[in-house]
Design a protein around this ligand. Structure first.
Ligand code: CU
Length: 477
């Protein structure tokens, strides 16, 4: 695995390692020391395989799941939920040197993408790097991202939607010092919630039904189980949400119009609390908020709901519920300032006045496309070649009636401007890796291409759109 050493090496040569852990010889910028000290401090084995799981329906359902084995590192690195089809939640710290050994025991090729993490091409789970049944792939990377809620899922071209639907996904939580200083709610008062829908047939088995709209389910799963009600103590909670659905967009609200205090986005904490009463939540987006259950009486039920996507069309439904207990929680305070988030200066972009335009359109004979182009393994348009170190503005334009959550691999970006169509309420604050482009919307994002050279992908995170070719390569040279 020569690339693994190079990966660790590159980090040091770029001097990134030094800012992460200066007390360690690991951080030294000399090749010799690196080759001696490239030992990761976390080693995980993840195996993708078929499993029979009772998610709480009294029936064994066939899933494809990741199972984890911690070979080196603190015990809390891998956390599993009983009766869940999801892979373990991986919890690491910024600066950790992580080795993940992926074993594919599925009957078809696969590869894992670390969604939101800034890693090299070899570690990004590019469809180029799929492995066959019974092969292994070794990832070696330094966790460079700030604290936040990231995740992992398969990324083989044409089969991502199917494989995720079968159960292949998990959370990847990063912690760091900046976040720890805030003393945000932790322990029992920190909840990770993954929302997914699946179509269950009468035999209690999954049916993957896809259309141009995506694959939707008739049942909602929270953290990979049927459990919909969670007991909470009287206290302040930190709640992390991942929309892990293939295609479903939620219009999230808390019942009775309770205020939602957003603290984090795809790429970690915002600068300050952002107060909302509802928001669109698209596949692959993450959302963190604080919620104070001490204002309620024992027995009170608080619901996370999805309102109709368009007002007046359809009805709202309950995603999950919290039941408030009489137990007092630990007292935590809402911090006034959350992080040193800074906005990218728009003038940093080389093309502020002429953004690269990406039209999200269907094309006969291809499927869903970006600028009329479907996925091509080794061809690039001129605008898909980027100079290393540049900051660029990309504009996604959606002239269709379908929403498209656009995900760009590599560094996190920021939303610069949104020229909105009819609907308001997308999550544009903070660092993002997935941005929802609603019908009629024109969304400009600003992104730095300054960490790794190589080939990466950008695509719609409606996974059926992605598989139907709404994915392209870009190359940083
Ligand atoms: Cu799409």
């Amino acid at each position: 695995m020569s690339f693994s050493r190079r990966e660790f090496l590159n980090k040091g040569l770029l001097g990134v390692g030094a800012t992460i852990c200066s007390s360690n010889s690991w951080a030294s910028a000399t090749t010799k020391l690196f080759l001696k000290n490239d030992e990761p401090n976390i080693i995980i084995k993840l195996t993708a395989k078929q499993q029979l799981i009772d998610v709480g329906e009294g029936i064994k359902t066939k899933f494809w799941s990741y199972t984890g084995e911690l070979i080196k590192g603190p015990k809390k690195t891998l956390q599993t939920t009983n009766g869940s089809y999801l892979g373990p939640t991986i919890e690491v710290r910024s600066g950790d040197k992580v080795r993940i050994i992926f074993k594919n025991e599925l009957p078809e090729p696969s590869i894992i993408h670390w969604h939101g993490l800034d890693v090299s091409h070899e570690n990004d789970g590019h469809p180029h790097n799929v492995i066959e049944t019974d092969q292994t792939y070794q990832y070696d990377f330094v966790v460079e991202n700030r604290a936040g809620t990231y995740w992992y899922h398969p990324h083989p071209h044409g089969r991502t939607g199917f494989q995720v639907y079968q159960g292949l996904a998990g959370l990847f939580v990063v912690r760091d010092k900046e976040e720890e200083k805030l003393n945000l709610p932790s322990g029992d008062q920190e909840l990770n919630l993954v929302f997914q829908d699946r179509y269950f047939n009468e035999e209690g088995q999954l049916e993957y039904r896809r259309s141009m709209m995506g694959a939707f389910g008739n049942k909602l799963f929270i953290n990979g189980t049927s459990q919909k009600k969670f007991n909470v103590k009287q206290g302040l909670y930190r709640i992390r949400l991942l929309n892990g659905c293939n295609a479903r967009i939620f219009n999230i609200a808390i019942n009775n119009g309770q205020e939602i205090k957003q603290i984090g986005s795809d790429g970690g904490l915002l600068e300050r609390i952002n107060k909302l009463d509802r928001f669109y939540f698209a596949p692959a987006e993450r959302f963190e908020f604080l919620f104070d259950f001490s204002k309620f009486l024992p027995g009170d039920i608080i619901k996370i709901e999805s309102l109709p996507l368009v007002e007046g069309r359809g009805t709202k439904y309950t995603i999950m519920e919290f039941e408030v207990s009489d137990e007092a929680g630990v007292v935590f305070k809402e911090p006034l300032k959350l992080s040193n988030f800074t906005k990218i200066d728009p003038n940093e972009a080389i093309n502020l006045n002429s953004p690269k335009l990406f039209e999200l359109i269907p094309k006969r004979g291809v499927g869903w496309t970006i600028n009329g182009n479907g996925y091509e393994a080794d061809r690039y348009e001129k605008y898909e070649i980027i100079k290393f170190g540049d900051t660029e503005v990309w504009e996604f334009y959606n002239p269709t009636g379908m929403p498209h959550p656009m995900h760009i691999h590599g560094t996190q970006f920021q939303v610069l401007k949104r020229y909105s169509g009819r609907l308001q309420g997308c999550l544009d604050h903070g660092w993002k890796d997935t941005v929802l482009v609603l019908p009629g919307d024109r969304v400009q994002v600003i992104k730095r291409f300054n960490t790794y050279k190589g080939t990466f992908i950008y695509h719609c995170h409606n996974l059926e759109h992605e598989d139907m070719s709404m994915m392209r390569n870009f190359k940083i040279i």
